[in-house]
Design a protein around this ligand. Structure first.
Ligand SMILES: NC(=O)c1ccc[n+]([C@@H]2O[C@H](COP(=O)([O-])OP(=O)(O)OC[C@H]3O[C@@H](n4cnc5c(N)ncnc54)[C@H](O)[C@@H]3O)[C@@H](O)[C@H]2O)c1
Length: 250
């Protein structure tokens, strides 16, 4: 164990699967205490058990303000304070204009954008009280550039980028930093990749010619959660294998 997050208490949403679970493991390995939050109770509770006394699971539907209040209270009651919020929970779907429904749109915005807003709202006072605290909002490469047929997802992830900047400006005088992380395609269940597999992709689709691994995002999230990133706020951190750098075809 190294100790880059010693003394830090983190609440991570969507932590039962994919990148969220990887972040939770990385945080505990860096000596943080973690509230593993999700709606996937069995997987979330299993992960918390695996992580031991430095972790606790709670059911948190990020679209519900009452769930948020309870999760923040649990973090403070269990571990004494809350220093880090990782807004990671998310959905992915798509469909062409004319087919994609308003109901789908509302659901996507509710989880991917209203969720982080409710989290910032619920955790604000605890983060201010903790001092030197950090919020990491998981956006996407789709929060940097558009994706055909993924209107709600890209709108939600562009929204997270904007919410990040406004919250960073408002909360900076109170000692709370807020940054956004923009992964490209990462091998997780969200995009149908079984755990542990990294299928190659064509170099024209990504300069690194492969998907990313959750661990390659967790390193960045640990940095942003730690005091090592003390001068970073309101910023975008891209981890996408070069996807948004431009065209890979000369
Ligand atoms: N995998 C990728 O290629 C990729 C790329 C860019 C950004 N992202 C983003 O990274 C984040 C994590 O994605 P992942 O790939 O690990 O996905 P994943 O599907 O493996 O995990 C998402 C988790 O969010 C949880 N969740 C869904 N709705 C929820 C709700 N209402 N309340 C609480 N939890 C809820 C799910 O139960 C699941 O455990 C998401 O915000 C996603 O948009 C993923």
């Amino acid at each position: 164990m190294t100790e880059r997050l010693s003394g830090r208490v983190a609440l991570i949403t969507g932590a039962a699967s994919g990148m969220g679970a990887c972040h939770a493991r990385a945080f505990v390995a860096e000596d943080a205490a973690v509230v593993v939050a999700d709606i996937a109770d069995e997987a979330g509770a299993g992960l918390a058990q695996e992580l031991g006394e430095r972790a606790v699971y709670t059911r948190l539907d990020v679209t519900r303000a009452d769930d948020w209040a309870a999760a923040v209270a649990l973090a403070v009651e269990t571990f004494g304070h809350l220093d880090v919020l990782v807004n990671n929970a998310g959905l992915l779907d798509g469909g062409p204009l004319g087919t994609y429904t308003e109901k789908q749109w509302d659901r996507m915005l509710s989880v991917n954008l209203t969720g982080p807003f409710l989290g910032l709202t619920a955790a604000r006072d605890a983060l201010v009280a903790a001092g030197e605290s950090s919020v990491v909002n998981i956006s996407s490469a789709a929060g940097i550039q558009g994706v055909a047929g993924m209107h709600a997802y890209t709108a939600s992830k562009f929204g997270v980028r904007g919410l990040t900047k406004s919250a960073a400006l408002e909360l900076s005088p109170h000692g709370v930093r807020v940054n956004s992380v923009h992964p490209g395609g990462i091998a997780t269940p969200m995009i149908g990749v079984p755990v542990g597999q990294v299928p190659p992709i064509d170099r024209s689709a990504n300069p690194r010619a492969r998907l990313g691994l959750p661990e390659e995002v967790s390193g960045l999230v640990v940095f942003l959660a730690s005091r090592e990133s003390s001068y970073c706020t309101g910023a975008e951190f891209v981890v996408d294998g070069g996807l948004t750098a431009g065209s890979a075809i000369g």
